[in-house]
Structures are given as C-alpha cells and as structure tokens.
Design a protein around this ligand. Structure first.
Ligand SMILES: Nc1ncnc2c1ncn2[C@@H]1O[C@H](COP(=O)(O)OP(=O)(O)OP(=O)(O)O)[C@@H](O)[C@H]1O
Length: 124
C-alpha cells in the first residue's frame, strides 16, 4: 500500500463526510432523522436493549439515513438537470421521497415492537 493510495482513500473519506455535513446543513428532514437517531440511542441505553435489538436498530438507522442522503442527492441532481417545475421531475422526487417514507414507517413499527414492551413494564 503506497502513500498516494492512502492519501486518495483519506480524500474520498473527507469528501463523503463533507457530503453528509452539507446535506445535514441544508435538509431539515435529515436533521430530524439525526435527532431521532440520538433520541432512540439514548432510550436504547436507558432501557437496556439486547445485542440483537441494537443490531436491528443500527441497521434501521443506516437504512433511513442512507435513503434520506440518496433522496437529497436525487433532489439536487434534478434541480441541476432541470430547474423548471415539471411532471417528470415531480415523479422522480416523489418516488425518492417515497423510499424515505417507506423505510421510516418500517423503522417506526420496528421501534414500537422493540420499545413498547420495555416501556409497558416501566409504566405498569
Ligand atoms: N422541479 C420540480 N418539478 C415538479 N415538482 C417538484 C419540483 N421540485 C419539487 N417538486 C415537488 O416538491 C416536493 C419536494 O421537493 P423538494 O425538492 O422541495 O424537496 P424537499 O423540500 O427537500 O422535500 P423532501 O426531502 O421531503 O422530499 C417533491 O417531492 C415534488 O413533489
């Protein structure tokens, strides 16, 4: 492994990190998702999730945040290619937003399945 290979990898990592930061700065939905990740993580530590429950939660964090980043990327790509308001762009943006909505609904259902029994024991 030579130095230029390593510096290229570091550069890629920096670019990808900058992409996440830029998207988080401009997209309210992404900030809401990151706030949810923080709140669920705190609740997970407080309520003592099992190893399997943490893995499920972490995979859902990865899915929802990744889809929101891809959705943001699609929106920006559409705005560059065709800034005018039109039906094809509406369909593309709506479908990409639908992917985020679908994963979020599934994540919320999984969250209820994992957290509800623990909360019921506490508030019984
Ligand atoms: N150029 C366009 N042509 C047609 N419809 C558009 C266009 N831009 C936005 N829309 C409509 O507005 C919605 C929101 O698009 P926008 O690019 O404003 O993303 P946003 O405000 O970040 O919302 P979200 O991330 O929740 O989808 C789209 O799903 C689409 O229905």
């Amino acid at each position: 492994m030579n130095l230029s290979f390593l510096s290229m990898r570091v550069k890629s990592f920096r670019c990808a990190t900058s992409g996440i930061i830029q998207a988080t700065k401009t997209e309210l939905n992404l900030r809401i998702h990151f706030a949810a990740v923080t709140a669920v993580t705190a609740a997970g530590f407080i309520l003592g999730l099992s190893q399997q429950e943490w893995i499920a939660i972490l995979l859902l964090f990865a899915l929802v945040i990744s889809l929101e980043l891809i959705n943001t990327s699609f929106e920006k790509l559409c705005d560059v290619i065709d800034p005018e308001y039109n039906n094809p762009v509406k369909k593309i943006k709506d479908i990409a937003a639908g992917a985020v909505l679908w994963s979020t609904v599934i994540a919320v259902i999984a969250g209820i399945i994992i957290f509800a029994p623990k909360l019921l024991i506490i508030f019984k």
